[in-house]
Design a protein around this ligand. Structure first.
Ligand SMILES: Cc1cc2nc3c(=O)[nH]c(=O)nc-3n(C[C@H](O)[C@H](O)[C@H](O)COP(=O)(O)OP(=O)(O)OC[C@H]3O[C@@H](n4cnc5c(N)ncnc54)[C@H](O)[C@@H]3O)c2cc1C
Length: 318
């Protein structure tokens, strides 16, 4: 496979997949004979956290995250996006010529633009083992009752990236009086996706009936950006700061999806991929921009894309 790309996206969750599709299929200014070269690098399984989620939009309606992921993935494959699967990005280096080098556990990949779409966890596949691990979302008490009933968990370990949050959660779970033992442990920010034990020792995992991941903890402290520390693009809580186009302070380096926002969901992840994908497409193919319909203010307009882009219509107070 090629290892030099116009754009490389790190992470194949909804944000990363959608960015890749926009670049390959949806960029109106693409030159047909010279398509933009795009790759997605994914450490675990295609789909990120969404493959495990039911996307709840209203109380009455939810749909399967997996269905959405399959659709996005098929579109990306049809659009000839390259996929580096089971490939972990360990470091991003900026070369003097402005290109980036992505150092992975396999090959080194070169790109003109890089989009970070790594979400909040480095190890979503942890959810493949429901009998040993579970993730506490907004109703962790309910989930705790479920695992206690369904799997017979009696001794549990609460883990997460933020000490205050996991301590608080374990106190709440103790108060339920359904477990014999509830301990907690803050996972190191140095923990990597390659760590099959999710940052815990094997002995520790074996010592408990189950491990409960504190989802709220990851809203307070991002757990996927440990490999970016030397780039100076992280906020204190590990999330990446960007402008409305997804640009970080490093030219050419972008971020989309939940790695940029503690509170976000699948629709937001997809939307941010759309904006950033269109914006990078514009940077790559400035001169050949086609005239879009002009129906939507967020679509590119001729040469003044950045200026004409509007997230919201500005309405003057009367
Ligand atoms: C159980 C559950 C239920 C949910 N329910 C809802 C819901 O009802 N509605 C809703 O809107 N949202 C829901 N969410 C949240 C939703 O899943 C996330 O907002 C969404 O997945 C964010 O997408 P993303 O593409 O930004 O990141 P992710 O989906 O997290 O994808 C990030 C990808 O990057 C990969 N990665 C990370 N680090 C590296 C690296 N160094 N190298 C290579 N690859 C890497 C990861 O393996 C992962 O596949 C739920 C989440 C869970 C867990």
């Amino acid at each position: 496979m090629n290892t030099k790309y116009d754009v490389v996206i790190i992470g194949a969750g909804p944000a990363g997949l959608y960015t890749s599709i926009i670049l390959k299929k949806g960029t109106p200014m693409q030159v047909p004979n010279e398509p933009i070269k795009v790759a997605v690098v994914e450490a675990a399984k295609i789909g990120g956290l969404t493959q495990y989620a039911f996307i709840q939009i209203t109380k009455k309606w939810a749909f399967s995250g997996n269905t959405l992921i399959n659709t996005l993935y098929n579109e990306a494959v049809e659009g000839k996006v390259d996929f580096f699967k089971k490939t972990v990005v360990r470091k991003i280096k900026r070369e003097k010529n402005g290109y980036f080098q992505l150092i992975t556990n396999k090959e080194t990949i070169t790109a003109k633009y890089v989009v970070i779409a790594t979400g909040i966890l480095t190890f979503p596949t942890v959810l493949d083992t429901p009998k040993k691990t579970n993730i506490g979302l907004h109703t962790p008490e309910e989930m705790a009752k479920e695992v206690s009933n369904d799997y017979g968990w009696k001794n549990i370990l609460v883990v997460g990236s933020n000490e205050h949050s996991i301590k608080n959660l374990s106190n709440r779970l103790k108060a339920l009086k359904i477990f014999n033992q509830v301990d907690y442990e803050a996972l190191s920010s140095q923990m990597t996706i390659e760590d099959r034990c999710y940052g815990l020792s094997k002995e520790k995992i074996n010592a408990y009936d189950g491990i409960l991941f504190d989802y709220n903890s990851y809203k307070l402290q991002n757990g996927s950006t440990y490999f970016l520390h030397d780039l100076n693009i992280l906020q204190k809580n590990g999330f990446i700061k960007t402008n409305k186009f997804g640009e970080t302070i490093v030219p050419g380096l972008f971020a989309v999806g939940s790695v940029t926002k503690p509170i976000s969901g699948v629709p937001q992840a997809i939307y941010s991929g759309q904006v950033t994908g269109l914006y990078i497409g514009h940077l790559l193919e400035k001169t050949t921009i086609a005239d879009p319909s002009g129906r939507f203010p967020f679509l590119p307009r001729e040469e003044n894309w950045k200026e004409s882009f509007q997230h919201e219509l500005e309405i003057e107070d009367s």
